[in-house]
Design a protein around this ligand. Structure first.
Ligand SMILES: [Zn+2]
Ligand SMILES: [Zn+2]
Ligand SMILES: [Zn+2]
Ligand SMILES: [Zn+2]
Length: 322
């Protein structure tokens, strides 16, 4: 990994004096493909693959080419709260707290149902009211989309998830994590039925717990159970789409068995792929339910492969620290 970082440094050093716009718009890792752009914000990399090569990720990368603009915006799409210059990644705001503040200050209309969050421009009028509007969360709840629910640390589910994560954590010479927070993922009904149908196609199927970590661009866990809308954010993309979309809008992962979804029985191995934003105190991973056939090998020292998103569900999002 050190070699890759050195290459990145050398590459940028070589390019340092010829600062044509084209070169600056190329991925800072491969230099071959353009940087990924979403809503006016330019990521330093072309893809999740290149982002993953930055040795330990955004939070701890030592490469000087790593962006410092992950939250501070230089483009036009800033938080709608007057005076805030951060990137708008949550319903036009930088985070749910500023969204609620804008509602409180009367800068934007509040949701008819929860009264806390701003009305969403995409939401349809609420039932029983011709003029009423809902926030994105309440609208998603109405339409049956993915939702998150925070578990208290005394909740039996919290203790069970933590016990399993720590029990399966198997890395040499490294400490065990501290589990800080857990969000339960409430999977949409249509995904649950796809999962059930898929399971029926397998003979002697069994359900196992695996873990998935990814590039994380938001500070999930610090502002309540809300997924962000950044296309580059691996955890939020995966949970929202039920493993149909990964960071940078990729539709699958690439691995030793080809295109599909790779997770780990050993959370210590998943942790190697956990990268966090500089504003988050947590590392984050998804605890998944995976259905496999009786014959499929489930190695403790390598990844578990499934070819279809119907074979896997997000069960919990775990915020932890090392
Ligand atoms: Zn690249
Ligand atoms: Zn803001
Ligand atoms: Zn609402
Ligand atoms: Zn996110």
């Amino acid at each position: 990994m050190a070699a890759i970082v050195r290459n990145v440094v050398n590459w940028s050093a070589q390019q340092g004096h010829s600062s044509s716009q084209i070169q600056r718009d190329m991925c800072e890792v491969c230099g071959k493909k353009p940087k990924f752009v979403e809503r006016g914000h330019k990521h330093p990399y072309c893809s999740r693959t290149c982002a993953g090569k930055t040795s330990g990720g955004i939070g701890k990368a030592s490469s000087p080419t790593t962006t410092t603009h992950l939250t501070v915006n230089t483009a036009s799409n800033t938080c709608l709260l007057t005076g805030c210059n951060y990137d708008a990644v949550f319903q036009g705001f930088c985070d749910p707290v500023h969204a609620m503040e804008a509602v409180k200050l009367g800068q934007i209309d509040g949701c008819d149902k929860c009264h806390d969050q701003p009305v969403s421009t995409n939401a349809r009028p609420s039932r029983g009211s011709s003029t009423g509007k809902l926030c994105a969360g309440c609208d998603r709840a109405l339409r049956g989309g993915t939702q998150l629910k925070e578990l208290g640390s005394r909740d039996s589910k919290f203790r069970e998830v933590r016990k399993q994560l720590i029990g399966n954590w198997n890395t040499r010479n490294e400490g065990l994590p501290t589990v800080d927070k857990i969000y339960q993922v409430l999977v949409p009904r249509d995904q649950l039925s796809r999962y059930a149908s898929y399971r029926k196609t397998l003979t002697n199927s069994r359900e196992i717990r695996t873990y998935h970590a990814s590039l994380m661009l938001c500070d999930l866990g610090t502002k309540g159970p809300c997924l962000c809308e950044r296309k580059g954010c691996g955890i939020c993309s995966v949970v929202r789409s039920s493993f149909k979309t990964f960071a940078f809008e990729e539709e699958y992962e690439q691995g030793r068995f080809g295109q599909g979804i790779y997770t780990f029985v050993n959370p210590g191995l998943a942790d190697k792929e956990a990268t966090t934003s500089t504003t988050s105190p947590y590392r984050v991973m998804i605890a998944c339910d995976v259905v496999v056939s009786a014959e499929q090998e489930v190695p403790d020292d390598d990844s578990v492969f499934v070819a279809s998103s119907d074979a896997i569900n997000s069960a919990y999002i775990v915020m932890y620290s090392m």
